[in-house]
Structures are given as structure tokens and as C-alpha cells.
Write a protein that binds this ligand. Structure first.
Ligand code: MN
Length: 262
């Protein structure tokens, strides 16, 4: 088994979030988890074998902000973007085949999937083929969010509509999730100063927000299927700076160290 049980890149993940983003730009005082008993990770737990997958275990917790969002690009059987919002000690999750839109004229199908643990938010790596969701996972965007016109995210979701504002590295401004039937929702961008008409942000900003890697590079670094992962990358890659690759020689040492990378 060449897949590490924890990603040595982990220490990079959220440690600078407080410096890079200003959560106080959003009103977060109404995000206290008042219904933390409602959410469950039992479906998440049932679908996975934690001695085979490097994904985090089914532990409920609140992030240091209490209101994070993350979008993970996932080249599984089909390419999709997992859109996740923290609520009640878990990440409420939707699989968005075409990814989140910044163009307010675009409606994107979003299939609600099982709640994920908050620790999942900084998971970037490879789920072994043959395991649930087998394939390469990239942290495509992260940040914080605030619900609009409500102080109860779970109640809004139960009613089938959640308006919210996100402050991410790529996604910004006001969005809405509307349920059309059962687990099927639509994700749409509201028209505001952040909207980008005619732009598909998944094409213009294809890299990991944590490491600037492509899916193929993540697969290569983490022992995944590089060819399969590459089919999820754009054919023409925009310029980039600051890419962080795993040093192959350092892999074992970093992996077994308790000190980590920072
Ligand atoms: Mn997925």
C-alpha cells in the first residue's frame, strides 16, 4: 500500500487561513451550532474502510471558524466538484458535476451526498481504486461562509433553500442552493460585484488552492492513476506560481515523522 494514511502536506492547509481571509467580513455570530445532535456521519462511516483509504475518520467537530466551506475537485468514476458547507459539526455536501458557477446565468446540478467530517476539508490526495470514491482529490477552493436571512443552516436546508455568502480564494459573493427534488439541488450564483459573466471558473482556475497542483500532479505525487486524473485537468493550463510538489526522497521520512512539516 503506497498511499499514505495522512497527507504530509496537511500542515499547509488551514494554518494561514486567518491571515489570508478575514472571517470578520462575514457575520458569523449566528453560526453557533445549536442543533449539533442532528447531523450524523453514519453514512460516511458505512461507505468507507478506514484501513484502506487515507480519508479522515468519522469524527464530529467544529472547525476553528465554525463556518468553513470547501470545494474538492474529485476525479472518481465521473469528474465532479464536492461542494461542502460546515454546519452542526459536519460538512453538508453536494456533488456538482460541472463545478460551481460564477456566472449568474448558469444553473449547476448539485446532488446532495452524505455528510462528511469537518476534517475532510483539507483532504487532498488519492483514494485507492476499488474503494468508495476511488480516484484523485484536489482542494480546489476553501474559505468561510455565512447564511443569508437565516441563523439556522440546517433548517434552511430542510426547507430546501439556502442563500449564503462565501469568502473563498476563488469563489466569492452570494450563492443559492435550491432543492428541486429529493437529493437533487441547483447551485447558482447571485448577481453581485463578484459575478463573472461568461466565465467558467473551473477552466480559468484549475489548480489546487493549497498546492497549485493539477489533478495529474496530485496523482503522481500521491501514488494514484495519473492518466485517469489527467482527464480531469484542462488541456491548456493557465500560468501559475508557487506550486508545491512532494519530494519523492522525503516521502517516507515526512510520512513517519511526528513533527510534520510545520
Ligand atoms: Mn466526490
Amino acid at each position: 500500500m503506497s498511499v499514505p494514511l495522512r497527507n504530509p502536506l496537511r500542515p499547509l492547509r488551514f494554518k494561514n487561513l486567518a491571515n489570508e481571509l478575514n472571517p470578520r467580513q462575514l457575520e458569523t455570530s449566528n453560526l453557533k451550532p445549536e442543533t449539533i445532535h442532528m447531523a450524523s456521519l453514519s453514512d460516511y462511516k458505512k461507505k468507507r474502510r478506514f484501513n484502506k483509504t487515507p480519508e479522515p475518520g468519522p469524527e464530529k467537530k467544529t472547525s476553528e471558524f465554525g463556518n468553513i466551506f470547501v470545494v474538492q475537485k474529485h476525479r472518481a468514476t465521473q469528474l465532479h466538484y464536492d461542494f461542502r458547507l460546515e454546519a452542526d459539526g459536519v460538512l453538508k455536501s453536494w456533488a456538482v458535476p460541472k463545478g460551481p458557477p460564477m456566472d449568474p446565468k448558469v444553473k449547476r446540478l448539485a446532488m446532495q451526498v452524505e455528510d462528511h467530517p469537518v476534517d475532510y476539508a483539507d483532504f487532498e490526495g488519492v483514494i485507492p481504486e476499488g474503494e468508495y470514491g476511488g480516484g484523485t482529490v484536489m482542494v480546489w477552493d476553501y474559505g468561510v461562509y455565512a447564511p443569508e436571512n437565516t441563523n439556522n443552516v440546517s433548517r434552511a436546508l430542510a426547507k430546501g433553500e439556502l442563500k449564503f455568502t462565501v469568502l473563498g480564494k476563488k469563489l466569492q459573493g452570494s450563492f443559492v442552493l435550491v432543492r428541486t427534488r429529493e437529493r437533487q439541488w441547483l447551485l447558482m450564483k447571485h448577481r453581485d460585484q463578484y459575478a463573472k459573466d461568461g466565465e467558467d471558473i473551473t477552466e480559468t482556475q484549475p489548480y489546487s488552492v493549497l498546492t497549485k497542483r493539477t489533478l495529474a500532479e496530485i496523482a503522481e505525487d500521491e501514488g494514484g492513476d495519473v492518466k485517469k486524473a489527467a482527464t480531469g485537468d484542462p488541456k491548456k493550463l493557465p500560468p501559475r506560481r508557487g506550486i508545491i510538489r512532494r519530494k519523492k526522497s522525503a516521502k517516507k521520512k515526512v510520512w513517519h515523522s511526528n513533527k510534520g512539516a510545520g
